[in-house]
Design a protein around this ligand. Structure first.
Ligand code: PLP
Length: 359
């Protein structure tokens, strides 16, 4: 009998595991999960009904082409359906983008710290990550990212607003960057938090993609739309990028439940915007209160706030958890705190204030 185990690709050695936000403790005192940037609200009007109706047919495969959802997205965003591709969350689409563009010997550029899925999906493809540090204001350093472009660069992620810092890049600097990137390098504008932006100087990636064949916009139903558990996201890009995404998609990856819920959510735009406005108001309240407590808070345009705490990160996260709010620590760097229900945000603010007083 052979002692050998199946040969796995060396590229998988040392792939960091994705750390999901820690769930809130069950059965404890009021325990809130502010660790995954989820929407705290229940499904939008009409969404649950439509998803439940779809559930009655889950002995059948879903519509592989997501026809209804594509038509709805096409109309909502004013883009041809040929420019749309769906996937199992926008992380799934991001992985398809890398699969479509990069492999061993190629380079993928992104800011760091940014979304933790980028290094994972890059390494799995066999390509090399080129991480460009955020600048002193926790913002993408687009000049440094441009300087990092080489003959080997295949894809660049620009996470706007950036997860976990919430910071944004604005129109003039982003356009300058896009104009300078070689036209055969794909730039992916990851706009997972687009709906939470209130800074008028932040461009809508969909305006930028229109006359730029090397720009792809990534959007998701997981955050503002509140469908994180259903796994549906999409990309907007010109051919041949969108076609490559359809080729690399996991067949039947987006369930019929997810498709129907996404369509119903798009039709509940008004209710969606009310909730997003309420979360944005809470974001302002939380950031203002933190600043009054004496913390340095970078300006967030997303549904979370970022505190750079360095060595105090883990202690701070523990204190918040003991108070009943689970947040997301990045040990040695800082914490990301999702904006949740008012009660949850209050618990967090109280814990932050108590921690501050102990310093
Ligand atoms: C949450 C998030 C996504 C989307 O996740 P999915 O649930 O896979 O759609 C994509 N990019 C960033 C930066 C995120 O924070």
């Amino acid at each position: 009998m052979s002692e050998k185990t199946p040969k796995l690709r060396a590229a998988l050695d040392g792939v960091p595991t994705y750390k999901p936000g820690k769930p809130a403790a069950e059965g404890g005192p009021a325990a809130y999960k502010l660790s995954s940037n989820e929407n705290p609200y229940p499904p939008l009007p009409g969404v649950l009904e439509r998803a439940v109706a779809a559930a009655g047919a889950f002995n059948r495969y879903p519509d592989m082409a997501c026809t209804g959802l594509m038509a709805e997205l096409s109309e909502r965003f004013g883009v041809p359906t040929e420019h749309l591709a769906t996937g199992t969350g926008s992380v799934g689409v991001a992985q398809q983008l890398i699969q479509s563009t990069a492999g061993p010997g190629d380079e993928v550029i992104y800011a760091w710290r940014s979304f933790e899925a980028y290094p994972i999906i890059t390494q799995i493809s066999g390509a090399t990550s080129v991480q460009v540090p955020l600048d002193d204001g926790e913002v993408h350093d687009l000049d440094a990212m441009l300087a990092a472009v080489t003959e080997r660069t295949r894809l660049i992620f620009v996470c706007n607003p950036n997860n976990p810092t919430g910071t944004v890049v604005r129109r003039a600097e982003l356009e300058r960057f896009l104009d300078a990137v070689p036209s055969d390098v794909l730039v992916v504008l990851d706009e997972a938090y687009r709906e939470f932006i209130r800074d008028a100087e932040v461009p809508d990636g969909i305006d930028l993609y229109r006359d730029r064949p090397n720009v792809c916009v990534l959007r998701t139903f997981s955050k503002a739309y509140g469908l994180a558990g259903l796994r549906v996201g999409f990309a907007i890009a010109h051919e041949p990028v969108a076609a490559a995404l359809r080729k690399t998609a996991v067949p039947f990856g987006v369930s019929q439940l997810a498709q129907e819920a996404a369509v119903a959510s798009l039709r509940s735009e008004e209710a969606l915007m009310e909730r997003v406005d309420a979360l944005v108001a809470e974001r302002t309240r939380v950031a203002t209160a933190l600043a009054e407590q004496g913390w340095t808070v970078s300006e967030s345009q997303a549904n979370f706030v970022w505190l750079r705490l360095g060595e105090r990160t883990v202690d701070f996260a523990r204190a918040c958890e003991q108070a009943g709010a689970v947040i997301r620590p990045f040990p040695g760097e800082g914490v990301r705190v999702s904006i949740g229900e008012t009660e949850a945000n209050d618990i967090f603010l109280k814990a932050a204030e108590a921690f501050r007083k102990e310093l």
